[in-house]
Ligand binder design. Sequence first.
Ligand code: PLP
Length: 372
Amino acid sequence: MTFNALELAAAPVRAIAPYVPGKPLSELEREYGITDSIKLASNENPLGPGPKARSAMANALQGIGLYPDGNGFELKQALAKKYACSVDHITLGNGSNDVLVMLAEAFLSPAVEAVYSQYCFAIYPIAVQAAGATARVAAAYPNTHAMALGHDLQGMSRLINERTRLIFVANPNNPTGTWVTADALKAFIASVPKDILVVVDEAYIEYVQHNEFPDASQWIDEFDNLVVTRTFSKAYGLAGLRVGYALSHPSVAAVLNRVRQPFNVSSIALAAATAALEDADHLKQSIELNAHGMQQVLGGIQALGLRVYPSQGNFVLIDCARAGALVNEAMLRQGVIVRPVAGYGLPTQLRITIGTEQENARMLSALALAIK
Ligand SMILES: *Cc1c(COP(=O)(O)O)cnc(C)c1O
């Protein structure tokens, strides 16, 4: 008999469809024997970290022989100042992914349920499944809706029952770029029974341009059952370091602290994130670059006659009107990595990160050739 550990794995784990990340540049270049390729697949900031974060990282190397501060004192102080709250509202994570998994670990079990939307961020189904809980998936708005593929909060409400413990709302959502307005989100949270946690994932909030967009971090005191997650991976340019956080009622943070790995955020990540919060110039530059790039990419894709879904993030979802996998393959051959989303149930779509002006131009010409 051949050994296969999958048969030994816990039942919920056996049912998990593994997360498929964007292809790394090194892998593409190895597989295709090309150089000088670009990656617009994982919604990273094309500028990377700012100068303050870079020098904080270099300094933090001195102390790398020691464990990090398990309480993240300085980063929490800086965040508490930013949000005008006390540190006991804050949970730090190894990326916000870590916080999302901690929420599932701490509040879900095989007897209970979680609610999320079709086309939601891929980590929610994985975290819910790993906890052995049942997922209730609300149909997204149809392709013909003004917020096509977006979260239908009323549909999500209808899935709530006495077994529901967690609800996930990404705003804006990845991979669709869709969003819910302030009024709609606030009414939804107010309507959810107090014994159910509502997790609002604001990974892209810094990029948002729309003026009716909610900042759920301002509602933490109003709703005890609200958890807001944020990250340094996107607008702050620290994706490789892995650091994110949750804002919540202190009792939620205290529960998460029970399942949190004691040293879940590295000393370099703590130092860089603390410094990044002080680098308003770099953040502004990153947001402006994205706003310009978004216009360039929207215009370029429309000129190719393809549908592009409106987005408030640093990426767009496009409909290739043919198998996205084929268009992706043709772009890979030209050294441009974008993100197929068939795994999300979007077989003709591709998700494309906004890059620098030069990267966007190169992506647009590769896409033009790919759909010829
Ligand atoms: C990128 C992303 C995250 C953040 O991931 P990190 O673990 O913080 O790098 C969280 N939620 C959504 C919707 C994302 O797209």
